[in-house]
Every structure is written in structure tokens, then in C-alpha cells.
Write a protein that binds this ligand. Structure first.
Ligand SMILES: *[C@@H]1O[C@H](CO)[C@@H](O)[C@H](O)[C@H]1NC(C)=O
Ligand SMILES: *[C@@H]1O[C@H](CO)[C@@H](O)[C@H](O)[C@H]1NC(C)=O
Ligand SMILES: *[C@@H]1O[C@H](CO)[C@@H](O)[C@H](O)[C@H]1NC(C)=O
Ligand SMILES: *[C@@H]1O[C@H](CO)[C@@H](O)[C@H](O)[C@H]1NC(C)=O
Length: 515
């Protein structure tokens, strides 16, 4: 049983991994990643870095150390418990861009955060991917290849100490009858709302908490998340897995059973599938059973969820499902699936996955280039039997219609362009990423920063809804930058050989384990 195997694995201390063991070089994952030529587009990379600086200056002046900038009104917002989410989320991007002053503004602030105190409900998932992921990535980069960017070594150590403090503040979430955590937490009273948890919110903790175990030497963090993950790998009841590897989205922490059969690569499910593969990249020896589940899900996706809109049979989308019934709807969030298949193809030596991922990239590109702003919508569908009359002509031309028209500074399409470029070396993907970046810059730039917009399908994007998401710093600007740089840096994926870093779902690069 997967669970027993996972639980038997101890933590590996970072101090024991200074040299690459020989067995590593012959790992099966290293052999089919040929070295490609990548071309730097220095002017574009610089333009992305300039936008990062503009966004940071607006945030730093008007909102720091609150969570987010409200760029239209020069106000601040605290949607992530008021611990400075944008600052922590910006750290790994500032590091990769070599923005030393910003890096030190962030790392001198992190030691003063009190992760034991907040006025609002805490999401275990959001806190893990943004704060814990951001600090662990900062620690990995600053105790490794980017050590020269820290003015004070004590600030680097504090990144790990604060990660430990944060996890200790959160760990009571796992005190449920099953060991599946509750997501919605009251930190001060160490209580939760005891509601059902979700597939993505349970299944997107394992990379960060295992990394914390490996860095701290405290095996408890890994044990907690491996126990929770075990229920996702072996779902009950059996009906919760309508296609092999593809499961429902609602899970009871009381008894570990699934409570629905709805799913897909959409928000609420998405990054569970992402972390199945990424844990295998993190440690192929420890997490091979997760890879097996990923392969099942990926193969079922190709077989059962692949869908071509009637007016545009040249386009490939991935449907969602209710039981075995297919629902022809997808989301901006889901577009990471393209990059995920490409990454899987590289890691698992599967040209079929790469080819499929490139088809999906093309579908996501279509969703961008067909709107008035050249930015893709939050949610879209392609069911010929329920096209809104007002969108019939649009649907006939584009192959999709818009269910939710906003754009919330999301990264997934540019993220997939990045993986496509790294797998093919085809400059076309750099150009697509640049076109998307220029469109986003032109439409979302407002006041002291960048804002979510109300409608991607009207000129100008409709209303600026006055919110600069923290993942704008962590993800959009990082992937927009990385795809235009030459690619010799060790954190770039697909350099040839085994990847040395794996990006968490918030785009924070985490150094892979050596065993
Ligand atoms: C919570 O985190 C703070 C630091 O951010 C730390 O001082 C405190 O001891 C932690 N509480 C627990 C219960 O670990
Ligand atoms: C390891 O982490 C757990 C979970 O937060 C905590 O309860 C325990 O005290 C830690 N152990 C040590 C030795 O710090
Ligand atoms: C869209 O295509 C359908 C099927 O070909 C056709 O019946 C309908 O008139 C078209 N609608 C518009 C607005 O072009
Ligand atoms: C981004 O927008 C600003 C403000 O409109 C403009 O000055 C700048 O040239 C734009 N950058 C790119 C790369 O389009």
C-alpha cells in the first residue's frame, strides 16, 4: 500500500546532501533530456524586470507590509492574514531577477512576522503555497546559488526558522479523525471549522511540508502530509474515481472518504495532479507511487477528457466531468495542464505527453488571441447545445464562449508557454509569452501598479477592480522573465539531465532532494 511505503520514509537532512551520489547520474529520469539551444531576448527580459520594479514600488510605498496593493486607490488589502503576502511571494522572483535591494527589503522584514497572530481565518492551502513555499524557496536560493544577494546571513537563517514557526502554528490542522487536515483555521484558538476539505487544498501541501522536513530534520511535517496524501492515492468509495486516476473534489477529514464525483484540471482539483508529478521530480526514489497515479490520470485525460469544439476541430480543450458525464467547460486556471503534460513528457520520456501538451498550449493560446484585449477569460465553454445567443457568432469563429470574463492577473497560460519553450527551443513560444505580457501590461496597468480587470472581451478590459494579486509577483512576472532569458541558470527546467529545481504551484523554485 502506498501509504505504508510513504510513511516508512524518513527525512533527509540538507547537510547530508552536499555531493551528488553516483546513482543519481544514472537515474532513469536523467537520460532523455537533451541539451537544447535557448536564445536570450535581453530587451524583453529587462522590460519584465522593469514592470516587476514598478509593481514593487507601488506596493512598497502604499501597501507594505499589508498583503496586497489596491493600485487604483493607492490602498492596501489583507486577504491573506496580513503577514505581507506580496512581499513573501515576490522574494523568489526578486532573487531570480537579481534585484538585491528588493531582496533585502523582503528578508529583513520576514523575521518580524508573527505567524501566531492574525485577525482572520487562515487557509492551510493558501498559507502553505504562498508563505511557506516563498520562504523555503528563498532559503534554498539564498543558501545556494544566490547567497551573494543577502546582506546579512542571519536573515537567510530566519527564512528557515520562520518556516518552522509557521508550520508549527498550522500543524493542529491535521488533528482530524482521519489525518486529512481541515483547511479553514482559527489560529489563536487552534480550532477549525471542521468542514469538508478539497482535492487541491489537501493535495497541494506535500512538496512544501516534505521540503521543510528535509531542511529542518523534523520528520513530523512529512509524516502529516504523507498520511493525508495516502487517502487521495487510494480513494474511497471506488465510485469517487470515475476514470482511472481522475477523482472527485470534496473529501471528509472525519473518515477520509470522497463526497462527490466532480472533477477535472480545474480550480479545486488542479494542483493535486500537479504535485503527483512534481513529488516524483523532487525525489524519484521516495515518490514513485505518486508518479504511477499521475500517469493514470494523464492517460485518462487523453482518452476521456480530450475535446474539440464543433466549429473549430483544430483546437484541443480538456473537459471536466460529473461522474462519467463530460462537461465542456474549462478555466484560465486549468491552462497549467499544458505545461504539466510537457514537463511530464520530459521527465518520463514520453513524446506523446509532450505532443499532447503542445496541443493544449495551442488551445490556451487561442483563448488569448481571440478576445478584444488578447487576454484569456477566467472561465469558458464550448458546448454547442448551450451557446448564449449573444455569443453565437463569437463561438462560431473562435470555438469557445465566455462564462466568466474577468482576468485576475493569473499566470497559467504564460507558465505553459515557458514549459513549451524549454521542451522545444521554439522561439514561437517566447513570442507568444511576449504578446501576452504586452497585452497584460497594456490592459491591467493602472495607478500605482497592476489590477485585475472585469472583462477581457471589451477594449481596455472594462473596469479595473483595484486588486493586485500577490501571485502577480510570484508567477506572472517570473514566468514572463524566465522564458526570455538564456536559460543557463540551474533553476531553469529542461536544461538537460535531471532538473535541479522544481517550481511549486505558486512558482517558487524548490531545490530537489538527493534521495
Ligand atoms: C507561531 O509563529 C511565531 C513566529 O512567527 C512564533 O513566535 C510562535 O512560537 C509560533 N507558535 C507556535 C504554536 O508554534
Ligand atoms: C516537529 O514538528 C512538530 C509539528 O509541528 C512539532 O510538534 C514538534 O515539536 C517538532 N519537533 C521538534 C523536535 O522540534
Ligand atoms: C453559428 O453556426 C451555426 C451552425 O453552423 C448556425 O446555425 C448559426 O446561424 C451561426 N450563428 C451565427 C450568429 O453566425
Ligand atoms: C508597459 O506599460 C507602460 C505604461 O503604459 C509603458 O510605458 C511600457 O512601455 C509598457 N511596456 C511594454 C513592454 O509594453
Amino acid at each position: 500500500m502506498v501509504c505504508a511505503r510513504l510513511l516508512a520514509v524518513g527525512a533527509v537532512l540538507s547537510s547530508s546532501v552536499l555531493a551528488l551520489p553516483k546513482s543519481f547520474r544514472t537515474d532513469p529520469t536523467t537520460e532523455h533530456n537533451p541539451v537544447r539551444q535557448f536564445e536570450a531576448q535581453a530587451d524583453r527580459a529587462q522590460a519584465v524586470a522593469d514592470v516587476f520594479k514598478t509593481s514593487w514600488e507601488g506596493y512598497y510605498k502604499y501597501a507594505f507590509p499589508n498583503d496586497e496593493l489596491k493600485p487604483v486607490t493607492n490602498g492596501a488589502s489583507n486577504s491573506r492574514n496580513g503577514w505581507g503576502a506580496s512581499a513573501v511571494d515576490a522574494l523568489s522572483t526578486a532573487l531570480i531577477m537579481g534585484e538585491k535591494e528588493i531582496v533585502n527589503q523582503i528578508i529583513t522584514y520576514i523575521p518580524v512576522i508573527n505567524f501566531g497572530s492574525t485577525g482572520s481565518e487562515v487557509s492551510l492551502f493558501e498559507t502553505t503555497i504562498r508563505y511557506l513555499g516563498g520562504m523555503l524557496s528563498g532559503y534554498d536560493l539564498l543558501s545556494g546559488p544566490l547567497a551573494h544577494l543577502a546582506n546579512n546571513k542571519a536573515d537567510v537563517e530566519a527564512l528557515l526558522t520562520q518556516s518552522i514557526h509557521l508550520a508549527n502554528n498550522l500543524s493542529f490542522a491535521f488533528e482530524s479523525p482521519s489525518g486529512i487536515p481541515y483547511n479553514n483555521l482559527d489560529l489563536e484558538d487552534r480550532r477549525s471549522d471542521r468542514s469538508n476539505n478539497g482535492l487541491a487544498t489537501v493535495g497541494t501541501l506535500i512538496l512544501e511540508w516534505v521540503r521543510l522536513s528535509d531542511l529542518s530534520g523534523n520528520a513530523t511535517y512529512a509524516k502529516l502530509v504523507e498520511k493525508a496524501e495516502s487517502y487521495l492515492l487510494k480513494p474511497t468509495p471506488a465510485a469517487a474515481e470515475p476514470f482511472p486516476g481522475l477523482v472527485g473534489m470534496s473529501i471528509s477529514p472525519e473518515d477520509g472518504t470522497f463526497k462527490d464525483v466532480v472533477g477535472g484540471w480545474i480550480g479545486g482539483a488542479d494542483s493535486f495532479y500537479e504535485y503527483l508529478l512534481k513529488m516524483y521530480i523532487y525525489s524519484p526514489t521516495r515518490y514513485a507511487p505518486l508518479k504511477e497515479r499521475f500517469v493514470l490520470a494523464a492517460d485518462s485525460t487523453i482518452t476521456y477528457l480530450t475535446s474539440h469544439p464543433a466549429p473549430r476541430p483544430d483546437i484541443t480543450f480538456v473537459a471536466m466531468y460529473r461522474g462519467t458525464q463530460i462537461i465542456k467547460t474549462s478555466q484560465h486556471l486549468a491552462c497549467f495542464h499544458a505545461g504539466q503534460f510537457i514537463l511530464a513528457g520530459q521527465v518520463l520520456n514520453s513524446p506523446r505527453y509532450i505532443q499532447y501538451g503542445l496541443e493544449l498550449v495551442n488551445g490556451c493560446h487561442e483563448v488569448y488571441i481571440q478576445t478584444a484585449t488578447h487576454i484569456g477569460p477566467e472561465q469558458f465553454s464550448w458546448d454547442s447545445t448551450s451557446v448564449p445567443p449573444a455569443q453565437a457568432a463569437f463561438f462560431n469563429r473562435t470555438g469557445f464562449y465566455i462564462d466568466a470574463a474577468s482576468y485576475q492577473l493569473r499566470p497559467e497560460v504564460i507558465e505553459s508557454y515557458y514549459y513549451a519553450y524549454r521542451a522545444t527551443g521554439d522561439k514561437k513560444y517566447q513570442d507568444w509569452a511576449w504578446d501576452a505580457f504586452v497585452a497584460i501590461n497594456a490592459t491591467t496597468r493602472v495607478g500605482s501598479g497592476y489590477s485585475s480587470i472585469a472583462d477581457v472581451n471589451v477594449e481596455g478590459g472594462g473596469e479595473h477592480t483595484d486588486f493586485q494579486e500577490s501571485f502577480w509577483f510570484a508567477e506572472v512576472l517570473k514566468y514572463s522573465y524566465l522564458i526570455q532569458t538564456a536559460g543557463g541558470e540551474e533553476w531553469q527546467v529542461g536544461k538537460g539531465g535531471r532538473d535541479r529545481w522544481v517550481f511549486n504551484t505558486e512558482a517558487h523554485p524548490v531545490r530537489v532532494a538527493y534521495s
